[in-house]
Design a binder for this molecule. Structure first.
Ligand code: SF4
Ligand code: SF4
Ligand code: SF4
Length: 251
């Protein structure tokens, strides 16, 4: 059973889209008429859970940390206001890179979609849906939504940051997996075959992070706490959040 999924006995049947929804539940019911497949229980759990946590002293988690979001989730205020935590985007992602945010990231954004590149990257569903993001298509409330004509290259999800202190190439060990994986030629190799990020070309797709082998070679990069190249979230001014103290290697 997935995290956040209710045991069978606690599940409520999905609301019949054609049922009479008049009365005290009218607000929720009318919402459900336009939100296919969302149960009354999931809606109440998502909103009510957040309120309850606030009441239980979760104020220390108040606010939020900027996170790397799926395509169309870059407007934080719209995302948190419109997202009903249904996790349809999590379920539909063919690459399994969409994950719900945790409370540590702040109550406001809890269970909203974020991206995790541990195993794969976001290709805008190029192979699975001709480059039309499925997470955006299934979102019932337009919490994830892209402007007309939005393109992968120019929709910035985050920016790659490269840590030369743990990168194998800077330790004179031949490695260029990230360079080969980058679909946007946003990684430069110097004369010694050491990579650096061309930030103007990077959109935070995560292909480099997904293939970085630092953890597979932990005995070599013994000090590594994360991969040598990581996608960082950006703040409202486009600056990297929680990045390396001295900044990453850029071209
Ligand atoms: S665009 Fe496709 S691959 Fe990228 S996060 Fe959305 S569903 Fe996953
Ligand atoms: S540097 Fe990494 S995150 Fe940036 S575009 Fe290339 S592969 Fe994607
Ligand atoms: S894949 Fe990782 S270790 Fe290899 S060159 Fe790129 S950042 Fe360095």
């Amino acid at each position: 059973m997935k995290e956040n999924e209710l045991p069978d006995k606690e599940k409520e049947p999905e609301i019949d889209q054609g049922m009479d929804t008049s009365g005290g539940d009218s607000a929720i019911s009318s919402k459900n008429q336009s939100v296919e497949g969302i149960t009354r229980r999931s809606l109440v759990t998502g909103v009510g859970g957040t309120v309850a946590l606030c009441a239980l002293g979760g104020v220390r988690f108040a606010g939020t940390t900027p996170l790397v979001r799926p395509p169309g989730g870059q407007d934080f205020e719209r995302l948190t206001a419109a997202c009903i935590r249904c996790e349809k985007c999590v379920e539909v992602c063919p690459r399994h890179v969409v994950k719900p945010a945790h409370i540590e990231h702040g109550i406001l954004g809890m269970r909203t979609p974020t991206l995790n590149f541990d195993r794969d990257w976001c290709n805008w569903c190029e192979e699975e849906n001709n480059g039309h993001p499925l997470c955006v298509e299934v979102c019932p409330t337009e919490a994830l939504s892209l402007p007309e004509g939005a393109e992968q290259e120019t929709t910035i999800l985050g920016i790659a940051e490269l840590d030369s202190s743990v990168c194998l190439a800077y330790l004179d060990l031949s490695c260029r997996f990230c360079y080969d994986a980058c679909p946007f030629e946003a990684i430069h190799l110097d004369e010694n075959h050491r990579p650096s990020i061309i930030t103007e070309k990077c959109n935070g797709c995560g292909a480099c992070e997904a293939v970085c082998v630092v953890f597979e070679n932990a005995s070599i990069s013994a000090d590594a706490k994360e991969r040598a190249v990581m996608i960082r979230a950006l703040d409202e001014d486009g600056k990297i959040v929680n990045g390396l103290p001295g900044g990453g290697m850029t071209s």
